[in-house]
Design a protein around this ligand. Structure first.
Ligand SMILES: *Cc1c(COP(=O)(O)O)cnc(C)c1O
Length: 367
C-alpha cells in the first residue's frame, strides 16, 4: 500500500534532531515566545527574502492578522472588497470574513487551478481594496500581471502562501515576498510542516509587522500593556524548534517534489487523465499533484484496489459549503467542474522511485 501521505515517514529523518531540541526546550524552562520563535522568524524572513516574519498560531490567523493589521493602519476598512479565487481552500475566505471584509469570488482556470488575470480585472469595483492570490497546490499565481493591476487600481496584494513555501518566480523572488504581505501555514502536511499547528506572516512593511506582532499576542506592545483588542495566536515555541530543524532542507525537499512531478508529467500517458499545466517549473513546489478525471469515483476505487492512496482537494467549493449559505446562488462552472473532477495522487519527498514508477504504471493501466 502506498498511502497518500505518510506523515511519520516524512518526519523520520528529523527524529534524532527533534529529540535533541525537545531536550533544550525542556531545559530552557521558556515555553512561549522564546528564543526559538525569534530565531525561526529571522530564518524564515531570510529564506523568503522579506524584512520581517512574524510567527502565528496557524495559517488562518496569519491571513486574518494581515487584514486586521491593514485596518488598524487605515489601509482597509470594514466592508471593503477583497478578490479571491473561487476554488481556494475555505480558510482564505474565512480570514477575509472574520476581518469583516467582503470576499469577492473570481472564477478559476481549469489548467492552472488559479484565477485568471482577466477575471480579476473584471471583478474590480470602487469598493475593491485588495487582491488575495492563492498559490494553490504550490503553483504561484500570475504575480507580475496581478502586481500591474494592483498598482493601476491602488490595491493591496496579500498572498495566501500556505501551499507554496519556497516557490520562486523566474527571477528568483520567493512566495511570501511577492505582494505587500503573505500568510503561511505550517500545518503538518504542508511543504514546511510543524508537528502541530503553526503559521507566519511575512512582509517588508515595518508598520504592518509591528501591528501583527501585537495582534497575535492580545494586542500587547509590552507585557500587560494592550494597545489593540488582539488574539492569542502565537507561534508555539516548541513548534519553532521543530521548524528550525526542517527549514534548511525545504529546498531539497521541494526539488525532490519537482523531480517526482516531472516523472509523473512525462510518465503518465492516459487519455482519461488530465495532468496539471506547469508553465514554469521553479514557480511550482508541488504541495499537491492534482489530476482531473471524469469518472472520479471509479478511478479512486481503482487506485484503492491497486494499493494507492489518494485525496480530493477539495470536494466542495466554498460557494457550495453549508457554512456559507449566502454564496449558494453564485455560479462558477469551471470551479464546480474542478471540484467534481480533481484527485490528488501521492507526492511526498519521501516517496521512493520504485513507488513513483508503480503509481505511474497503475495510472496508465486505468481504462
Ligand atoms: C492550510 C491552508 C490555510 C490555513 O492554514 P491553517 O494553518 O490550517 O490555519 C489557508 N489557506 C490555504 C490555501 C491552505 O492550504
Amino acid at each position: 500500500m502506498i498511502p497518500f501521505l505518510d506523515l511519520k515517514k516524512l518526519n523520520q529523518p528529523f527524529e534524532a534532531a527533534f529529540q535533541e531540541v525537545f531536550r533544550s526546550f525542556l531545559d530552557s524552562g521558556y515555553y512561549i515566545l522564546g528564543t526559538a520563535v525569534r530565531e525561526f522568524e529571522a530564518a524564515f524572513a531570510a529564506y523568503c527574502g522579506t524584512k520581517y516574519a512574524i510567527g502565528t498560531g496557524n495559517g488562518l490567523e496569519a491571513l486574518r492578522f494581515i487584514l486586521e493589521g491593514y485596518k488598524v493602519l487605515g489601509k482597509l476598512s470594514e466592508g471593503d472588497e477583497v478578490l479571491v479565487a473561487s476554488n481556494t481552500y475555505i480558510a482564505t475566505l474565512l480570514a477575509i470574513r472574520q476581518a469583516h471584509l467582503v470576499p469577492v469570488l473570481v472564477e478559476a482556470e481549469a489548467d492552472t487551478y488559479n484565477f485568471s488575470v482577466a477575471g480579476v480585472e473584471a471583478a474590480i469595483t470602487k469598493k475593491t481594496k485588495a487582491i488575495m492570490p492563492v498559490h494553490l497546490y504550490g503553483q504561484l499565481a500570475p504575480m507580475d500581471a496581478l502586481t500591474e493591476i494592483a498598482e493601476k487600481h491602488q490595491l493591496l496584494i496579500v498572498e495566501d502562501a500556505a501551499q507554496a513555501h519556497g516557490a520562486e518566480t523566474s527571477d528568483g523572488r520567493k512566495a511570501g515576498n511577492l505582494g505587500h504581505a503573505a500568510g503561511f501555514s505550517f500545518y503538518p502536511t504542508k511543504n514546511l510542516g510543524a508537528l502541530g499547528d503553526a503559521g507566519a506572516v511575512t512582509t517588508n512593511d515595518e508598520a504592518l509587522a509591528e501591528v501583527v506582532k501585537k495582534l497575535r499576542n492580545y494586542g500587547a506592545s509590552s507585557k500587560y500593556v494592550n494597545e489593540l483588542p488582539g488574539a492569542n495566536s502565537r507561534l508555539d515555541e516548541l513548534q519553532a524548534y521543530f521548524l528550525l530543524e526542517k527549514l534548511p532542507v525545504l529546498d531539497a525537499q521541494n526539488q525532490r517534489r519537482r523531480d517526482i512531478a516531472e516523472q509523473y508529467q512525462t510518465g503518465i500517458k492516459n487519455p482519461l487523465l488530465t495532468l496539471p499545466s506547469v508553465p514554469q517549473w521553479q514557480s511550482h513546489v508541488f504541495h499537491l499533484y492534482v489530476i482531473r478525471v471524469k469518472e472520479r469515483e471509479r478511478f479512486i476505487a481503482y487506485l484503492k484496489d491497486n494499493g494507492i492512496g489518494s485525496l480530493i482537494h477539495y470536494p466542495i467549493p466554498p460557494h457550495r459549503q453549508e457554512a456559507l449559505p449566502e454564496y449558494h446562488q453564485l455560479s462558477f462552472p469551471v470551479t464546480e467542474q474542478i471540484h467534481d473532477e480533481v484527485v490528488s495522487i501521492p507526492l511526498s519527498p519521501m516517496l521512493e522511485d520504485s513507488e513513483v514508477r508503480q503509481i505511474i504504471e497503475v495510472l496508465n493501466r486505468f481504462t
